[in-house]
Design a protein around this ligand. Sequence first.
Ligand code: FES
Ligand code: FES
Length: 217
Amino acid sequence: MRNPDLAATRRDLMIGTAASAAAVAAPCAAGAQTATTTGPAKAAGAAAMSKVSFTVNGEARTLELDTRTSLLDALREHLQLTGTKKGCDHGQCGACTAMVNGRRINTCLTLAVMHEGDSITTVEGLGSPDNLHPMQAAFVRHDGYQCGYCTPGQICSSVAVLEEIKAGIPSHVTADLTAVPQATAEEIRERMSGNICRCGAYSNIIDAITEVAGRPA
Ligand code: FES
Ligand code: FES
């Protein structure tokens, strides 16, 4: 049988809880209103600008940038170096690969203002149509692309991969950590795994890199 005292207690509890929730929500709603009123005005004037100087393809460049600008956007939108491509903008495809101080990086994952004094090399700095870098020439010879969208990133990555191997930096598939790694197809595949090619030109890309590494393709 239902206990009327218990029912009353439960009802009182629910009323009390609803009242507390309303009391907590009221200041939040007021705050939200304040944020809505002041938010856009603040956002419009909030961009923090900063100067950054670095070298791009051997040329000294100084930019005044919103501090949130990625290195990728600085290259493409501010320096019109559109060879470096934006694929995912999330560090997952490698289309934006360039070299900073000789090491390859995903330029979409780093802020331009973090590169004060750095030396940046993009695909435009490797070679020109009249004077191709050996890796660019090998990609052409081996048909290492179809649409070409991933190609600048693939080429920058490839150049850096061979430098990493030469420098003795091991990869996940390097079996003997005491020996100098070799530019085998397995090593190249592993080291290039961050560069996605939607056209599936992988086998020709491996052939091109293998040739530049001085091994039979
Ligand atoms: Fe940078 Fe895809 S655009 S990794
Ligand atoms: Fe088209 Fe690689 S050549 S995505």
